[in-house]
Design a protein around this ligand. Structure first.
Ligand SMILES: [Zn+2]
Length: 406
């Protein structure tokens, strides 16, 4: 795996959206890992991928971005992350499908018949469309492993990245094009929107979920600045981009806030004209962005301080081996104080976290740590997680949420 840096080839850094040269670096995080690049517990000597993360704001179109292309073909081929097993995630996906179906029906006076999902994983989201009566679904998923699970479960899934190469799958055929945390992984956002437009029928619905840059800035939520994430959008940004690609925005955050994950921005838009992507201008220089790097340093200092201030002899564990846990730990000076990172999707003694080398511990061993303090990184699932920890004997007063530090 590698990062393709334009600097290496002597090229100037260019904006992913409008191709202007990028000058304003707003965040710099040294030696950060990939969120899912766990080190095998049997091979702790093996070096993992570590690279600085640098985030820029475009002075012309205003889009905040990581301009470095991470060469991810090998990574996504093996990518096995799936959040489809939690009851909370299931309920979210049911509602997300519901708002897209309702928006299509309201705009077109009929129920949607064909749904396309980009980055469809193991097919859990498309299953919700089938359960709601959609006749035909199609998934596009770069991970061969996840696409295999989906296909075995009868969810028709193509192993591919979402770019113009998938147009032959059904030009002008789909009623809904949906995605969740995929649009902010693509190299060329204009191409994504144009392709989505071309795959949709007239009046088709584009549903996109990404992380909300406004929340990232407010919380100094640096864990979301990942090698795998290419763009960071505010509600205004995504509206501007969608309109540039022939869509009209119908709703922003149509799913109730208590049903969505930790940092979510959902936009529903309707196709009103053919694709012809031209990036709209919005000058950069947002003062909140200029102060972001200092806010991030303040956040990591406060978490480090909390860890150091725990009572003498107390041990601490983290909860959630997703991107939030892995990246937050990688930004802490005192990550060595964490004795374990809990996650229900993993077994014990198999993985260490990248960079910080903390053992990932599965549910069968949580009891052994019941006297510990626990910092819940995946706070979107805090209710569920707190119940699980209390059932294992953890004291409620020792369970803390990362959200409280934001
Ligand atoms: Zn730009």
């Amino acid at each position: 795996m590698s990062i393709e840096t334009p600097c290496d080839s002597g090229q100037p850094l260019a904006c992913r959206v409008c191709q202007s040269e990028l000058f304003a670096k707003i965040v710099s995080l040294p030696a950060m890992p990939l969120t899912d690049d766990f080190v095998s517990a049997n091979e702790p000597g093996k070096a993992e991928f570590l690279h600085d993360i640098q985030i820029f704001e475009c002075g012309q179109c205003g889009v905040v971005q990581n301009p470095f292309d991470f060469n991810y073909s090998a990574y996504y081929r093996d990518y096995q992350y799936s959040s489809g097993h939690s009851g909370f995630a299931q309920e979210f996906m049911r509602r997300y499908a519901g708002v897209a179906i309702d928006a299509f029906a309201a705009a077109n006076g009929r129920q949607p018949e064909r749904v396309l999902e980009i980055g469809s994983g193991d097919g859990a989201q498309l299953r919700c469309f089938i359960d709601a009566g959609t006749a035909q679904v199609k998934g596009v998923e770069p991970s061969e492993y996840l696409a295999g699970i989906a296909n075995q479960a009868g969810i028709d899934t193509e192993v591919a990245l979402f770019d113009k190469h998938i147009l032959p799958l059904g030009l002008g055929q789909f009623d809904i094009c949906t995605s969740s945390y995929t649009f902010d992984h693509v190299r060329n956002p204009g191409e994504y929107l144009s392709v989505a437009n071309e795959m949709l029928v007239e009046g088709g619905i584009l549903a996109i979920e990404v992380h909300d840059l406004e929340k990232i800035v407010k919380r100094a939520e640096f864990c979301l600045f990942e090698h795998e994430h290419t763009i960071y959008l505010t509600p205004d940004d995504i509206q501007r981009l969608a309109e540039s690609a022939g869509f009209k925005v119908l709703a922003i955050n149509p799913v109730p806030a208590d049903c969505v994950r930790g940092n979510s921005l959902i936009v529903l838009a309707v196709k009103v004209r053919p694709a012809l992507f031209v990036a709209a201008r919005k000058p950069g220089g947002n003062p909140a962005l200029l102060a972001l790097n200092a806010h991030i340093q303040d956040l990591t200092r406060r978490i480090d301080q909390w860890v150091c201030d725990l009572p003498e002899g107390a041990s601490v564990v983290g909860f959630g081996a997703g991107g939030r846990g892995v990246m937050t730990l990688a930004g802490l000076q005192h990550h060595g104080r964490f004795k374990a990172l809990f996650d229900s999707n993993y077994k014990s003694n198999v993985y260490l976290t990248p960079k910080t080398r903390i053992p990932v511990v599965g549910p069968e061993d949580w009891k052994q740590f019941k006297e510990s303090y626990c910092l819940v990184f995946s706070f979107g699932y805090l209710g569920e997680i707190t119940q699980q920890l209390i059932a294992e004997g953890f004291a409620p007063s020792r369970i803390h949420s990362l959200l409280d530090f934001y």
